[in-house]
Design a protein around this ligand. Structure first.
Ligand code: URA
Length: 210
């Protein structure tokens, strides 16, 4: 991937995203749509996966057929909202390895603090897709990518549903080598760090915790 930011403006994604943004959409509906969009976004983010071939026998003849090359890829969910995005991607790529990174924001310093990190082995040989629906300030996303890079991972992508220009700029500054794929680039952040027009708190909306 050469672009740092890819906005996937496919009509199906945009239509589903509008329903997700709508405050009257139910928790169940929100979760279902997130799963559907995550699979469409996963299609885009995996577009350039390396391929090789394998000899197989069809009922008609023998052929060299295309298959994915290399080690299984890794999905890293940035807790907790990342789990909603990860579920759909995992359905599409069931053999992927899975990692989790938990970060919270220190109320005084406003900086992300790690409370959990469990990542698979052999990260340096695998493509890693970090998932978090909302790229807002970019502070926790950049910190999560720091943790992933500390394992030696070299090929990393970031998948989100909505991005704010502030978060994209932060990621470009901290991790210019990590392409971002999103369904929309919104207008900006409000004073509390929420994406505008956004969709509210993604975790609360997908888990019904408001
Ligand atoms: N996290 C969310 O869930 N929503 C936002 O708008 C920003 C960060």
């Amino acid at each position: 991937m050469t672009e740092h930011l890819t906005v996937v403006d496919h009509p199906l994604i945009q239509h589903k995203l509008t329903i997700m943004r709508d405050r009257t959409t139910s928790t169940a509906g929100f979760r279902q749509l997130l799963k559907e969009i995550s699979q469409l976004l996963a299609y885009e983010i995996t577009r350039e996966l390396p391929m090789t071939t394998r000899a197989i026998d069809t009922p008609m003849t023998r052929m060299e057929a295309p298959v994915l090359a290399g080690k299984k890829l890794v999905l890293v969910s940035i807790l907790r909202a990342g789990n909603g995005l990860m579920d759909g991607v995992l359905e599409l790529i069931p053999s992927a390895r899975v990692g989790f990174i938990g970060l919270y924001r220190d109320e005084e310093t406003l900086q992300p603090v790690q409370y959990y990190c469990k990542l698979p082995q052999d990260m340096e040989d695998r493509m890693v897709i970090a998932v978090d629906p909302m790229l807002a300030t970019g502070n926790s996303s950049a910190a999560a990518i720091d943790l992933i890079k500390a394992t030696g991972a070299k090929t990393i992508r970031f998948l989100c549903l909505l991005a704010a220009p502030e978060g994209v700029a932060r990621m470009r500054e901290a991790h210019p080598d990590v392409p971002i794929v999103t369904a929309a680039l919104d207008e900006g952040l409000n004073e509390k760090g929420y994406i505008m027009p956004g969709l509210g708190d993604a975790g609360d909306r997908m888990f019904g915790t408001k």
